[in-house]
Design a protein around this ligand. Structure first.
Ligand code: SAM
Ligand code: SF4
Length: 320
C-alpha cells in the first residue's frame, strides 16, 4: 500500500516483547517497569495482525523487541508468520546472547535472515555497554548461525570516543559471509545522551585504510542501508545513516509494538492501539487501523530538531 507521500509501505517491524536480557546504555540501562504478560500480544494475536497487514501489501516482517529470543516461543511465531499468504520474508533481530540455543530451531522454522547487534569485540567494553559479561555467548551465537545458509548481518552502533573499534568489527566480514552495518545512534530514549558517530566518518576511515570501495546497488535487506564492497572481503559493509543521511523519502515501514500499538514513525509519539480490536476478533477494524497507520506516516523524522520530537518512550518499548 502507498502512503500519502507515494511511498510503498511493505515492511513491518514486529516487537514481540519489551523485556531484554541486556541493559544497553543507550537503550534500557536501568531496565524497564515490567508490563504484565496479559498486556502483551499472544502469538495468535500477532499472527492475526500480520495476516491483515499482508492483505494491505506488507510483504516483509522483522521480529524484534526488546530481545525477541527471551520469548522462548519466538521460533514458533516465526514459523507461523512464514505461513501467512503474501508474507515473503520473516527475519529476526537479536542481541545474540541466546542464539547458541536457538540457531538450529530458527533454521528449521525457515527464518529468512538474522541480524545480530554487536558494538564491540572487547569483552570488558561489551560488559560496560550492555551490563553483562556476554561477548563469548554472542560470538558463539554468530558462529552457530554461520552453520546455516541464512543471511547474517552484524549491526554496530558506535559511540563517540569509542569509535576506533569500527575496524575490528568491519574485519568480521573479511572471511565470513556476513555483512557488517554501522547504524547511527538516534536520539530516542537513552540514545539522547549520546552523540551519533557520523557514518561519513566511518566511510572516510574505510577509504583511508582500504582504498576506493565500490557501492553495491542490489538490495541486501528491507531497509535504507547503503552497501559497499571492499576488495578481498566476503561480506559487505552497510551504513544506516538516519542522522547524517536522512532517508525518509524511501521509508517503507510501520512498527507494531509488543502491546499492540502501531507506530507510523520512530520520531513521533503517535501510536494507534489495535489490541482491543484484535482481542475482540474485529479483523475489519484491525485492517482499518493498519491502513490508518500507513496513511498517517509523516513525511520525515525530526531528529534534527529534538524540540518537536514527540516520542518519549525508550527504543525497547517502541520495538527497535
Ligand atoms: N534486542 C535486539 C537487538 O539488540 O538487536 C532487538 C531490539 S534493539 C532495540 C534493535 C536495534 O536497535 C539494536 O541494533 C540496537 O543497537 C538499536 N538501538 C537501540 N537504541 C538505539 C538508538 N538510540 N539509536 C540507534 N539504534 C539503537
Ligand atoms: Fe536489549 Fe537490544 Fe536494547 Fe540492548 S539494544 S538493551 S539488547 S533491546
Amino acid at each position: 500500500m502507498q502512503d500519502t507521500y507515494g511511498r510503498k509501505v511493505d515492511y513491518m517491524r514486529v516487537s514481540i516483547t519489551d523485556r531484554c536480557n541486556l541493559r544497553c546504555r543507550y537503550c534500557m540501562p536501568e531496565g524497564i517497569s515490567r508490563v504484565p504478560m496479559e498486556e502483551i500480544l499472544t502469538l495468535e494475536e500477532i499472527a492475526a495482525v500480520c495476516t491483515q497487514a499482508a492483505g494491505l501489501g506488507i510483504r516483509k516482517l522483522k521480529v524484534t523487541g526488546g530481545e525477541p529470543l527471551v520469548r522462548p516461543d519466538c521460533p514458533k511465531l516465526i514459523g507461523m508468520l512464514k505461513e501467512i499468504p503474501g508474507i515473503e520474508q520473516v527475519t529476526l533481530t537479536s542481541n545474540g546472547i541466546l542464539l547458541p540455543e536457538f540457531a538450529e530451531e530458527l533454521y528449521q522454522v525457515g527464518v529468512d535472515g538474522v541480524n545480530v547487534s554487536l558494538d564491540t569485540l572487547d569483552a570488558g567494553e561489551y560488559q560496560e555497554i550492555t551490563g553483562y559479561d556476554g561477548l563469548d555467548k554472542v560470538l558463539s551465537g554468530i558462529a552457530r548461525m554461520e552453520l546455516y545458509p541464512i543471511p547474517l548481518k552484524i549491526n554496530v552502533v558506535l559511540r563517540p570516543g569509542r569509535q576506533e573499534c569500527w575496524q575490528e568489527l568491519l574485519e568480521l566480514a573479511r572471511d565470513r559471509r556476513l555483512d557488517v552495518r554501522f547504524i547511527e545512534m538516534m536520539p530516542i530514549g537513552y540514545g539522547k545522551n549520546f552523540e551519533a558517530v557520523s557514518n561519513d566518518w566511518v566511510l572516510a576511515r574505510i577509504r583511508e585504510q582500504y582504498g576506493e570501495i565500490d557501492r553495491e546497488w542490489e538490495p541486501h535487506g528491507n531497509g535504507p542501508a547503503v552497501y559497499y564492497k571492499i576488495p578481498g572481503f566476503q561480506g559487505s559493509v552497510g551504513f544506516i545513516s538516519a542522522i547524517h543521511g536522512k532517508f525518509c523519502s524511501q521509508c517503507n515501514r510501520i512498527r507494531l509494538t509488543a502491546l499492540g500499538q502501531l507506530k507510523p514513525c520512530l520520531c513521533y509519539g503517535e501510536s494507534i492501539s489495535l489490541r482491543e480490536a484484535v482481542r475482540a476478533g474485529r479483523m475489519e477494524e484491525v485492517r482499518a487501523l493498519l491502513k490508518q497507520a500507513i496513511d498517517n506516516k509523516p513525511e520525515a523524522h525530526c531528529f534534527d530538531n529534538q524540540n518537536i520530537m514527540t516520542e518519549t518512550r525508550e527504543m525497547v518499548r517502541i520495538g527497535g
